[in-house]
Write a protein of this length. Structure first.
Lengths: 239, 255
């Protein structure tokens, strides 16, 4: 399995990379430079470079020559400003544009850039990740929630359109603590539900979440598409 | 204009020159609200305002391209100058969704238009209205779609922006609830000029749409969708926030 993870240095992206590395024949964790991952051309160059090795982003790591194809795309990237707590009344237009629009464009452009390689794979898989606040809302994190739910709906539309190309698209919703470190994640999680996690914790991305991504990428999951799996240890159960 | 649920209230409705926005404006005016028709083109908005006034209601048409922050700010300022308050902001406007396309073929102009008028404008309308909604303990209503809940086979970026609006509305409901401002969404299906245009492009759409709708018809903007906006703007919904009310004859039952 040739795996491309497009995500930053947040706990989720890094943990998924760690957890999927041993399950992949080749894996690249593309860590986009937020200042150079906004236009269609920038995103396409970074993504296709990571896949084909022609002009790969110097920060990509992994294989210097690229993956040489693509079976699994995991997209977990959002602009770092989306992780900042900001009430709407104090938010600048620039912050909104970076946090929300750059993140949504990046998701769209990344999937567009990966399309041909996933189609040519014959069994292309996309897994999009987002925190549960997209479904449940998060005070002070309207940009992150907007991106989360926008990307989740992108996945559903893609699933409907790309099934005929042999590409499945599924989503995993994770606990806020897996994308926001410190008290913010705990506070958002507590606001979502009075319940404590049924499984005792909100999960470790490498140990608890990556195996499910691997399952979704496997032949066993060939009939799953457009689905959202909430992997937060049993906090948000409204899906 | 009797049986009023919104007497003395003031509302701005974006994209009110036609379709769902027009229907919401008409319904709110019938319930006693003074309504600002915020329309990208005066030539479409003014007839809506004139029709409301002809029925005895109070309406004012102001030109507003919601992709322009200056336009949004100006409409809110003019509304407050004219009426002294703002109780409800309804963001309904959306640019053309373009022709049905697969994601890999979508060009930037289609994406840009929807991103600006749905996503950026949801932020602009909220921020511009905020101090006035805080003063009136008012409401913010965003018009979304079932495509923002179940994905669209035809318009993938439409799904993205409508989903983003729902995530935004829920978060704002949590943020503004303690301040006394309610935020909700409506997911309508109604016979509008854009729906009629889609019927032309896709002749089987109407039959399929009606066929999946338990109430057996496509809604009308002023009598099926508008009353739900009236409810959400009124004190009858004082304990409702963060919700999406699918107003589609039962077509989507996933919530």
């Amino acid at each position: 399995m040739k795996t491309l993870i497009v995500g930053g240095d947040d706990p989720l992206s890094s943990g998924l990379a760690d957890g999927l590395r041993a399950r992949s024949d080749a894996l690249v964790h593309l860590r986009p430079d937020p200042a150079a991952f906004a236009t269609r051309a920038q995103v396409a160059a970074a993504v296709t470079g990571a896949i084909r090795g022609d002009g790969a982003d110097g920060r990509s790591g992994g294989l210097g020559g690229g993956l040489g194809g693509l079976d699994l795309l995991v997209h977990s990237w959002v602009h770092p400003s989306a992780f900042e707590e900001t009430v709407l009344a104090a938010m600048s237009e620039q912050h909104w544009a970076s946090a929300v629009e750059t993140s949504l464009y990046a998701a769209i452009y990344t999937c567009q850039a990966a399309f041909e390689s996933l189609r040519d794979s014959g069994h292309g898989r996309i897994v999009l990740t987002m925190p549960t606040i997209g479904s449940a809302g998060g005070a002070g994190y309207a940009p992150l929630a907007s991106v989360a739910e926008g990307v989740r709906q992108l996945g559903k539309a893609q699933a409907k359109q790309w099934g005929k190309y042999g590409i499945t698209v599924n989503m995993i919703q994770v606990a806020p603590q897996n994308v926001l470190t410190g008290a913010a994640g705990e506070r958002l999680s507590a606001a979502i539900s009075l319940a404590v996690p049924a499984l005792g914790s909100s999960g470790d991305p490498a140990a608890d979440l990556a195996p499910v991504v691997a399952l979704l990428a496997s032949a066993d999951a060939h009939f799953a598409t457009g689905a959202t799996l909430t992997l937060d240890g049993g906090i948000w159960m409204a899906q | 204009m009797g049986g009023e649920l919104l007497p003395g209230k003031v509302a701005i409705v974006t994209g009110a020159g036609a379709g769902v926005g027009e229907g919401i404006a008409q319904a709110m005016a019938r319930h006693g609200a003074s309504v600002v028709i915020a329309a990208r083109r005066i030539e479409t908005g003014e007839p809506v305002a004139a029709a409301i006034r002809a029925e005895g209601g109070d309406a004012l048409c102001l030109r507003c391209d919601v992709a322009s922050r200056a336009d949004v700010d100006a409409v809110v300022a003019a509304t407050v100058e004219r009426y002294g308050r703002l109780d409800c902001m309804v963001h309904n406007a959306l640019s053309s969704t373009g022709i049905p396309s697969e994601l890999q073929d979508l060009a930037d102009d289609t994406i840009d238009g929807m991103m600006a008028t749905a996503v950026r404008a949801s932020f602009s309308c909220a921020q511009a209205a905020y101090p006035h909604l805080l003063a009136s303990q008012g409401t913010y209503i965003i018009i979304t779609s079932a495509a923002g809940v179940e994905g669209s086979s035809y318009l993938p970026v439409y799904s993205v922006v409508k989903g983003a609006q729902r995530g935004f509305a829920k978060s704002l409901a949590r943020e503004w609830g303690p301040l006394g401002i309610r935020v909700n969404s409506i997911g309508p299906v109604a016979l509008t000029p854009s729906m009629e245009a889609m019927y032309v492009k896709n002749p089987v759409l109407e039959e399929r749409l009606v066929g999946r709708t338990p109430l057996g018809r496509v809604g009308t903007p002023d009598t099926d969708i508008g009353p739900v906006a009236v409810f959400l703007a009124s004190d009858l919904s004082r304990y409702v926030t963060g919700q999406t009310i699918m107003t589609d004859g039962g077509g989507f039952l996933g919530l």
